[in-house]
Design a binder for this molecule. Structure first.
Ligand code: NAD
Ligand code: TDX
Length: 351
């Protein structure tokens, strides 16, 4: 039985991971430490909140005293570290929180784990963006690709990866890094391209595409990311890095048009296709052209590969958002924040 500390488990990937893990490993215990920033939503975890093997703690990963107490009280043997500021555009507008949470927060967790001495492993969930940008014909990033982060977000994740490496090399901490490509799927905050496009297209509102939409991302369905993390936690080697990717490299414009077409099919197109909502807007500063992941290492060594193609994953995702429009509106209006007080306020002595 593992005693896992998940950080950032109320966010998009973290909440998918917590549900996935409790489904697949009901004997393990999960403590979910999340500060509930704008991106954290405990409504995502309704399905597991009554499980005796799950506990939610609201708190900051930079709070060393709290982190230390949790390691001891929960007898943590495994850390799966998702907590981060994750949106590139926000990092361009205001980098401060990115440095604080992504760098100092990771350091705080590592330092606590070092003193406490973790028995199993400390997995840092990182990103392909640390490797920088590829040209149209360049080979995909493998684990030996140099670090060339281009945004405050990717630089802060790169710094965290370097700390992970140093804590393994210097202190022998059982650290593992995964670098994953762009995720999409249920419960993604509607600031990111896929859920933003779906919402705008459902509502018949303009869909902003940066530049000419020629940037390429390697898209992975979030459940495939979770199964990749499971493979690494169960069979990965400490001190190693594993790339995780979906093997679906698409130009943004093609992805946005596909979403428009799917919604036209499902809801009817009326007089004009939803493609007519697309607006090419000013580009993101320093916008990376292309990411693509070489996943041969994790496939060869751990036997993992993604299950979904973009066609199958995006169809599931569009259906989920159509069925959960209320969730999206509660996120947009901030209504989801009330749920925390109703559900946890009195239990935590604040209601
Ligand atoms: P998200 O923004 O949806 O969720 C982040 C979560 O972290 C939120 O619940 C938030 O409340 C919490 N958090 C933020 N600051 C905190 C702090 N100081 N203390 C405690 N909790 C805090 O992010 P996501 O898209 O789910 O990404 C999760 C992780 O995966 C991140 O580390 C991100 O860098 C990485 N990643 C994301 C993608 C992607 O496509 N979304 C791809 C590769 C890697
Ligand atoms: O309105 C938009 N219009 C647009 O054209 C937005 C929000 C994005 N884009 C473009 C920028 C990117 O080329 O779409 C692409 C995807 O953008 P995001 O959804 O913001 O993701 P990205 O910047 O690629 O980063 C994501 O993948 C790697 C996650 O947010 C990161 O956390 C992860 O590390």
């Amino acid at each position: 039985m593992r005693r896992i500390l998940v950080t950032g488990g109320a966010g998009f990937i973290g909440s998918n991971f917590v549900r996935f893990w409790i489904d697949h490993h009901p004997e393990d215990r999960i403590t979910n430490l999340d500060q509930l920033t704008y991106a954290g939503n405990v409504e995502n975890l309704k399905a597991v909140e009554s499980s005796p093997h799950y506990k939610f703690v609201r708190g900051d990963i930079c709070d060393s005293e709290l982190v230390r107490r949790l390691f001891h009280a929960e007898e943590v043997d495994t850390v799966v570290h998702f907590a981060a500021e994750s949106h590139v555009d926000r990092s361009i507008l205001a980098p401060d929180d990115f440095i604080r949470t992504n760098v100092h927060g990771t350091y705080t967790l590592l330092e606590t784990a070092r003193v406490y001495w973790l028995a199993a492993r400390f997995l840092h969930v990182s990103t392909d963006e640390v490797y920088g940008s590829l040209g149209p014909e360049d080979p995909a990033f493998n684990e030996a690709a140099p670090y060339r982060p281009n945004s405050p977000y990717s630089a802060s994740k790169a710094a965290a990866d370097h700390l992970m490496r140093a804590y393994h090399h210097t202190y022998g901490l059982p650290a593992i890094i995964t670098n994953c490509s762009n995720n999409y799927g249920p419960y993604q905050f509607p600031e990111k391209l896929v859920p933003l496009t779906i919402r705008q297209a459902i509502k018949g509102e303009s869909i902003p595409v940066y530049g000419v939409g020629a940037n390429i991302r390697d898209w992975i369905y979030v459940e495939d990311h979770c199964s990749g993390l499971e493979a690494v936690l169960e069979r990965g080697k400490v001190g190693e890095t594993y790339n995780i990717g979906g093997g679906n490299q698409w130009r943004n414009i093609d992805l946005v048009e596909t979403i428009c077409d799917l919604l036209d099919e499902k809801l009817g197109a009326g007089t004009s296709s939803r493609r007519s909502l697309i607006r090419f807007v000013q580009d993101r500063p320093g916008h990376d052209l292309r990411y693509a992941m070489d996943i041969s290492k994790i496939t060869r060594e751990l036997g993992w590969r993604p299950r979904e193609t973009l066609a199958t994953g995006i169809a599931k995702t569009v259906s989920w958002y159509l069925e959960h429009q209320e969730w999206v509106e509660r996120v947009i209006t901030g209504g989801y924040r009330d749920y925390f007080e109703t559900q946890y306020g009195s239990r935590l002595g604040r209601g």
